[in-house]
Design a protein around this ligand. Structure first.
Ligand SMILES: Nc1ncnc2c1ncn2[C@@H]1O[C@H](COP(=O)(O)OP(=O)(O)O)[C@@H](O)[C@H]1O
Ligand SMILES: [Mg+2]
Length: 261
């Protein structure tokens, strides 16, 4: 069996979208309130949707519509005020906080707007961080981190510190770090926000390809040109899911492997 981008197929999730499969992500009546009672913000209001394994969904909506809030709820980072998040059948906020942290580390990958790279570690060391607690020889950790950097086209910069590379290269290193644990779900908040168009398209092709390999990808974006790489667009307005759009472009596995190098 061939591997996708060097990942053995069995590590890439539970397979392609298939109507017989249970959803990979299920949001049930999700609501989130912030702030003191006298200054309540209703950031999310009763949001429901399901994503199949291998779906690539974009979340769009005006600033303040609840996109980042939704992503953090899906990412097991912030408990909803009401509702449930099921990931691969697991009610993530029904887990204790330690178990939830293990679940997050083992199953979910994150790429945030701020890259959160450790400034005193080189790119390779940054990408190795999520492997720290893994029982694995350090030689294998280095190899896996280098492989992840290669997949996003910055392995030649492995020994540079984050401030010695460009913003686009930092973004790719952050993506490599998100992928190194081979998550089943990848969550990205404006992954192309700091990239020029050409680099943005490379990152979108990579996300589409990961989804084609079975990873479920959820991406917040302001960019219509980025969203068209997704098979599905969830539109938020004022905390509500106001439209759930299937796009014409269904992600398919690219010919000739990774386009992001
Ligand atoms: N930690 C917080 N405390 C209070 N209000 C917040 C907090 N985070 C977000 N909000 C508010 O919740 C709403 C949705 O925010 P957010 O999810 O960041 O929207 P988006 O990502 O779409 O711009 C906004 O009104 C925002 O001001
Ligand atoms: Mg946001």
């Amino acid at each position: 069996m061939t591997s996708l981008n060097g990942f053995p197929p069995e590590t890439l999730g539970t397979g392609k979208p298939d109507s017989r499969e249970p959803p990979m992500i299920e949001a049930q009546g999700l609501s989130k309130e912030y702030g003191r009672p006298e200054a309540r913000v209703q950031a999310l209001k009763n949001v429901d949707f399901r994503l199949e394994p291998g779906e690539f969904a974009a979340i769009m909506g005006p600033s303040g519509s609840g996109k980042s809030t939704l992503l953090s709820l899906l990412g097991a980072l912030s408990a909803p005020s009401a509702g449930r998040v099921l990931i691969d059948g697991v009610d993530v906020y029904g887990l204790g906080s330690d178990t939830r942290a293990d679940f997050r580390l083992g199953r979910l990958g994150f790429v945030f707007q701020q890259f959160h790279l450790a400034p005193y570690l080189n790119l390779l060391e940054n990408v190795m961080l999520p492997l720290a607690v893994r029982k694995m020889e350090s030689k294998e950790k280095r190899a896996r981190a280098l492989d992840a950097l290669a997949r996003v086209g910055v392995d030649h910069l492995a020994n540079r510190l984050p401030d010695e590379v460009s913003g686009g290269e930092q973004e790719r290193a952050a993506m490599a770090r998100a992928l190194v644990n081979r998550p089943t779900v990848l969550l990205a908040d404006e992954p192309t926000g700091n990239l020029d168009q050409a680099n943005g398209e490379k990152v979108m092709n990579l996300l589409a390809e990961l989804a084609a390999g079975g990873m479920t990808v959820v991406m917040v974006t302001h960019s219509a040109s980025s969203a068209r790489f997704a098979g599905r667009i969830l539109h938020l307005a004022d905390g509500r899911l106001v439209a759930d759009e299937k796009t014409a472009v269904q992600p398919e596995k690219e010919q000739g492997g990774c386009q992001a190098a």
